[in-house]
Design a protein around this ligand. Structure first.
Ligand code: NAP
Length: 281
């Protein structure tokens, strides 16, 4: 048995778990698909019900894998997908969403994100998102890879304040958002989805992370995720295509880190002292 997963409240009032699963690189090889489906189903069974995908991932195959994994479980899942910036015109956004829905085998996304900023005006994309909402094809929309100035610009366009989330690169080794973006989103009630929360596995070799994790009989991945779960309004979406690692990641909720060890982590991964432009992968 694990401790409960903390929750994050969307502007609509809906609560979702602060721990989910990512699916980038799933769907790239047929031989891996059974494991990928098992991992997504494991995450949902363990309460990590935020499932993140995108039309970009494996050219849509990731969405098909997610569709297969959540068959019969749709109501338990908070389903997130993303539109390519080059598709994010008034008409293109709607057509891209319809293709995603088909691949996912569902009639509705819980959250639809603009994957990153492109050349289509924000007004157009927001208008399309609002149309999709009115049509019942999405419940909420948001953005990804938006820095503070992008969020301010978004809030200045019609209906821009209806944004329900911002998904950004955030982990112990990428603490730029701690300086201004995270406080901005917290003040405006916009949940942040932390992507690559274990830096695609690269964080796990850090000696200090390993040392502190060991003191709690925990793994470095669990400690890296606990760092994110400690923050208000932030959701971590670690990707794993191995059910046993999904279970390990779920255990991140059970760490009770002392103030001294949080300080040791801050020393090893210092928070920014000035503005750092948002990084992206
Ligand atoms: P990540 O979640 O930080 O790391 C995933 C990698 O770590 C995989 O190679 C995985 O391998 C491994 N891993 C997972 N749990 C582990 C554990 N407990 N121990 C050891 N290794 C472990 O990186 P990510 O996939 O880049 O980010 C997560 C999700 O965020 C993505 O899948 C995607 O949904 C989203 N994302 C969004 C954007 C954006 O622009 N919006 C960009 C990047 C990512 P195995 O699968 O073999 O376990």
């Amino acid at each position: 048995m694990f401790d409960d997963i903390p929750t994050v409240t969307l502007p609509s009032g809906t609560s979702i778990p602060a721990l989910g699963i990512g699916t980038w690189n799933m769907g790239e090889a047929r031989s891996d698909e059974a494991q990928e489906i098992a991992s997504i189903r494991k995450a949902v069974a363990l309460g990590m019900t935020v499932v993140d995908t995108a039309e970009m991932y494996a050219d849509g195959r990731s969405e098909e894998i997610v569709g297969q994994a959540i068959e019969g479980l749709r109501d338990q899942v908070f389903l997130v997908s993303k539109v390519y910036p080059f598709n994010a015109s008034a008409k293109g956004t709607i057509e891209a969403c319809e293709r995603s829905l088909k691949r996912l085998g569902t009639e509705r996304l819980d959250l639809y994100l603009l994957h990153w900023r492109g050349s289509h005006p924000l007004e157009e994309t927001v208008e399309a998102f609002e149309t999709l909402k009115a049509q019942g094809k999405i419940t909420d929309w948001g953005v990804s890879n938006f820095d503070t100035d992008d969020m301010e610009e978004l809030f200045s366009v019609p209906d821009g304040r209806n944004c329900a989330a911002n998904q950004v690169l955030y982990n112990l080794s990428r603490r730029g958002p701690d300086y201004d973006l995270l406080p901005w989103c917290q003040q405006h009630g916009i949940p942040v989805m932390a992507y690559s929360p274990i830096e695609q596995g690269k964080l796990l070799k850090d000696h200090e992370l390993i040392r502190i994790a060991k003191a709690y009989q925990a793994t470095p991945a669990q400690l890296a995720l606990a760092f994110i779960l400690e923050r208000d309004g932030v959701i971590a979406i670690p990707k794993s295509a191995k059910p046993e690692r999904v279970e390990e990641n779920r255990g991140a909720t059970d760490l009770d880190i002392s103030d001294a060890d949080w300080a040791a982590l801050d020393a090893a991964f210092p928070p920014p002292q000035k503005k750092v432009s948002l990084e992206m992968l």
